[in-house]
Design a binder for this molecule. Structure first.
Ligand code: MRU
Length: 405
């Protein structure tokens, strides 16, 4: 068991975007094959691909996908091409509002279309955008490994960590941010143990982080979100380390709902609270966290449980029986708005999702996906550019501005 056993999250293959379907992990390792940018948007909205850095890659690959498909049908890169490309970029960037990496990844490709396409054919431009999107994916892994090395240097003794949501390899192209720091610290013998918040309501901690740490061979224990205070009070946590979806100029940080409460608990117990994120997660156009758009998600995430599972057929009889009970035996998933995506199933068989309501029929619910942790609760930002501490007045604004130049 090692970090190298973790799967890659999202990649380009044969003019398509392939991604590990994280809605079904850890039960299945299904891969979704997106052959239209609209299909990729559905995968983003459904959280098949999620986590800020992975969304950055998805945004860039999504633009490349449009250039390699619909974009190639244009006769030339003319006004009509630019108008459509702009609409596609806007649609991709708006698929999820909080993680700035998504629009960052889209905008990197948008710039190539807007500023470097003169004299190119649509096919030539597609090649250039594909190459740039693949380079952005490679750079994501490199940034994660560098920030992990920078962060691991903070921990010189075996440390008990607590983490929230999934800021691991599955939230990036590969390696992870907060978990990346933990992987590198573990290689250096400096991880005693990791507490994993389950992270209601979507359970990224229970499903994804718990699975990643088991796969990587890092000792860990799953807890419900409301147990963190008790465990801190028992003296079992030396450091909290989480990822980020958007970091403002003053250091206020949006991350998975529950991070803010955790930061208050850490402050109360005098436990250092670290944010691990690449420079692409900083949005210095926003002065402070009150300006961050917080995504509200489907109340059904809160009002019931989704059970994902798998039927496996080991004999031709079972296969026939399964085909008889499944709507589709051809490994295709017809999604909203008629988009069809191929699913590459690991080992054959069929996957299913079932949603069970567990709350009263007419219950009213509210499901914000993120919250904002004030900069004052944050000990340091761990980035590929270095570790950013506040100045002597406790202010992050100048240190962040200096680090990002
Ligand atoms: O809704 P999700 O699963 O996309 O939320 C993910 C998080 O909040 C992560 O902590 C964040 O994106 C950092 S990932 C390195």
């Amino acid at each position: 068991m090692a970090v190298s056993d973790l799967p890659r999250t999202i990649w380009w293959e044969d003019d398509k975007v392939l991604l590990l379907d994280e809605t079904r992990l850890p039960l299945t390792g299904d891969v979704l094959v997106c052959n239209t940018f609209e299909g990729l948007i559905l995968a983003i909205k459904s959280l098949a691909v999620r986590g800020a850095p992975a969304l950055g890659a998805a945004g860039a690959l999504g633009v490349a996908l449009w250039c390699a498909t619909e974009g190639k049908d244009f006769e030339a890169i003319d006004t009509a091409y630019h108008a459509r490309a702009t609409a596609v970029c806007n649609e991709l960037a708006a698929a999820r509002p909080t993680a700035v990496n998504l629009s960052w990844g889209v905008d990197k490709m948008r710039l190539i279309i807007e500023e470097q396409s003169a004299g190119m054919t649509p096919a030539g431009l597609a090649e250039a955008v594909i190459a740039a999107a693949e380079e952005l994916c490679r750079a994501d892994e490199a940034a994660n490994r560098q920030l992990a090395a920078n962060g691991a240097a903070l921990f010189k003794e075996p440390t008990n960590f607590l983490t929230h949501c999934n800021a691991g390899s599955l939230a990036t192209v590969f390696y992870g941010t907060a978990l990346g720091v933990i992987y590198t610290a573990a290689e250096q013998g400096h991880v005693a143990h990791v507490w994993v918040d389950e992270t209601r309501p979507v359970n990224q901690g229970a499903r994804l982080t718990a699975w990643e740490l088991l796969t990587a061979g890092v000792p860990s224990t799953l807890i419900a979100d409301n147990m963190a205070g008790f465990i801190m009070h028992q003296g079992e946590v030396d450091a909290v380390i989480v990822g980020a979806d958007r970091i403002c100029a003053n250091g206020d940080t949006a991350n998975k709902i529950g991070t803010y409460s955790l930061s208050i608990l850490a402050k109360e117990h005098r436990i250092p609270f670290y944010i691990a994120a690449p420079s692409s997660t900083f949005d210095t156009t926003l002065t402070d966290g009150s300006r961050i758009a917080i995504e509200a998600r489907d109340p059904r995430e809160l009002e019931g449980v989704t059970v994902s599972g798998r039927f496996d057929a080991t004999t031709p009889e079972q296969q026939r029986a399964l085909e008889a009970v499944c709507d589709s035996a051809d490994s295709q998933l017809t999604m909203a708005q008629g988009h069809v995506m191929e699913i590459r199933r690991k080992g054959g068989g069929f996957s299913f999702d079932a949603w069970f309501k567990t709350t009263p029929t007419n219950v009213e619910s509210f499901n914000p996906a993120f919250d904002v942790t004030p900069a004052a609760h944050i000990t340091a930002f761990i980035t590929e550019l270095g570790v950013i501490f506040p100045d002597s007045a406790g202010d992050f604004s100048a240190p962040i501005a200096r680090a990002l130049v």
